[in-house]
Ligand binder design. Structure first.
Ligand SMILES: [Zn+2]
Length: 103
């Protein structure tokens, strides 16, 4: 029996097709909640996205300093969610199931 909502990869063979379940590996995450089957608890849930400072956040801050924003303007990228990495957590078990990195 094939559970609904799972992603499968079918290998090209001469014999019968071999179906290998892939849980979460092919999911492309963005900045919004994504419907997934959690690879840890098996529940089908919408992820809980949490923005975190990432490489692009630091790069934007450095660019602001280089462009002459010396006072506290370098901290603006850390206050906003623009350009931040987004960690997707399973609301059921709390594990991080994916990360969106804009850079
Ligand atoms: Zn889970």
């Amino acid at each position: 029996m094939v559970p609904s909502g799972s992603v499968y990869y079918t290998q090209p063979t001469d014999g019968p097709a071999l179906r290998v379940p892939v849980h979460g590996c092919l999911q492309i995450y963005g900045t919004h909640p994504a419907l997934i089957q959690c690879q840890y608890c098996g529940q089908t849930v919408y992820t809980f996205p949490e923005p975190r400072a990432g490489a692009l956040t630091i790069l934007l801050s450095l660019l602001l300093v280089i462009w002459g924003c010396f006072l506290c303007c370098w901290i603006i990228p850390f206050w906003t969610n623009f350009g931040k990495d987004v960690e997707h957590r399973c609301p059921s078990c709390g594990y991080i199931v994916g990360v969106y990195k804009p850079l």
